[in-house]
Design a protein around this ligand. Structure first.
Ligand SMILES: [Fe+2]
Ligand SMILES: [Fe+2]
Length: 399
């Protein structure tokens, strides 16, 4: 009976943990995130830590609150460290990392969150657990055993399924680039859909995946990118000097649009929005043509990816639709602006909406979108690191 009741408590606390994680991560990422490693509505580490707290309670109860707080902080940190360690060893995936936080240990735990766990521990033992326990003990023996058994079976299935998915994610980090490059759009969509939930749930994993993909892009595209370095160093890239007729044909409609040309008036990185997007678009076009990808969508999506008409560094710019979170929100604004003026296909929409990945969590669907994610950062870094020359150059078919 007591085991059945503890199983029910474990499930309840895992569920409460899931609610905390969903609220925290969804707030941080500005979109709904189904948090945690399991598919269902549970984050079991909260359940495990809670049961350890309960076990510790008999021992810690006579001591003052501050001592209990310290004990809970140490216990929760030890458990978090162990789970982090095993997920890295068994799954070969780092599900979270506190490396950017001060006073962290191997990125698996850090002081700030350990103190938060300690605080939650005191609240849990003093307030939440007594309240929950009073309710749970009202179940009769059979009710408790049936509910606990159903929950146990559910946890075992979900856990086994998630472990296999987690292992696949380790492989994904190794092979992701290759699959993006070699799969066709349909295969790629299918494959990414399978991995989507975990990639969404763990921002650290997204960061790893994006870094691995960017590094591979940079290595594999090195020769092509070197060929076009000259255009990256130009501060004002005038469209009249681009003599690639096929490229101009793809983007003609956009470049003739007066509303879009207003992007010339807004500073972005070291030049204007217009200069930045033109470079991204032109490079994407050249690379896609070489690889036999959808170069038209890449050229158009690349050109429209930052189509917003305000100074993002000026929080008081009256034309700015949102005061905060420009990084998270401008892709949606760019898509809205673009759709109000142009007919877009699904690749172009995906490019514009997902170009801030992995900052915005929704994973790109097409290889052309991944390419723009990479080129956007590549061009911006180049603009930032190198002093741009204020000159106009001719870019032709044979550059
Ligand atoms: Fe952007
Ligand atoms: Fe950009």
């Amino acid at each position: 009976m007591i085991i059945a009741l503890l199983m029910i408590c474990f499930s309840l606390y895992s569920f409460f943990g899931w609610v905390i994680e969903v609220v925290y991560r969804s707030w941080n990422q500005k979109t709904f995130v189904n948090a945690g490693f399991l598919r269902g509505f549970f984050v079991p580490i909260y359940g495990v830590v809670a049961l350890f707290f309960v076990a510790l309670d008999d021992f810690s109860n006579p001591y003052p609150l501050i001592v209990q707080f310290i004990l809970y902080t140490i216990l929760a940190s030890a458990l978090e460290y162990i789970v982090g360690f095993f997920s890295e060893r068994v799954l070969h995936v780092r599900l979270w990392s506190y490396e950017d936080n001060r006073f962290n240990l191997h990125g698996r735990i850090c002081l700030k969150y350990s103190l938060i766990w300690g605080g939650l521990g005191v609240f849990f033992i003093e307030v939440l657990h007594p309240w929950v326990w009073d309710k749970v003990v009202l179940l009769n023996e059979w009710q408790a055993i049936i509910v606990a058994s159903v929950l146990a079976v559910y946890f075992i299935i979900d856990f086994a399924y998630s472990i296999s998915l987690g292992r696949k994610l380790g492989i994904l980090l190794e092979t992701g680039y290759q699959r993006i490059i070699t799969s066709d759009a349909f295969e790629l969509e299918k494959w990414l859909r399978q991995e989507k939930r975990l990639v969404l749930a763990f921002s650290h994993l997204r960061k790893n995946m994006s870094e691995a993909i960017s590094k591979k892009f940079e290595n594999n595209l090195g020769v092509v990118l070197d060929q076009y370095k000259s255009i990256l160093s130009i501060k004002e890239l005038d469209i009249e000097f681009i003599e690639d007729d096929d490229y101009l044909e793809c983007v003609k409609e956009i470049l003739e649009n007066r509303e879009f040309l207003k992007t010339k008036n807004f500073k972005h990185h070291q030049s204007s929005i217009f200069d930045h997007v033109l470079k991204v678009s032109f490079l994407a076009y050249k690379i896609c043509r070489q690889k036999g990808w959808d170069y038209r969508s890449a050229a158009r999506g690349g050109l429209l990816h930052d189509f917003f008409l305000y100074d993002w560094r000026d929080g008081n710019d009256p034309g700015r639709p949102t005061k905060n979170f420009h990084g998270f929100r401008h892709s949606k604004i760019a898509l809205k602006n673009s759709m109000s003026l142009f007919e877009l296909n699904k690749v172009e929409k995906d490019i514009i909406l997902k170009h801030m990945w992995p900052l915005t969590p929704r994973i790109p669907k097409y290889k052309e979108s991944f390419l723009i994610v990479f080129l956007d950062k590549y061009v911006a870094t180049y603009e930032f690191l190198f002093k741009l020359k204020k000159e106009k150059r001719i870019i032709s078919n044979d550059v």
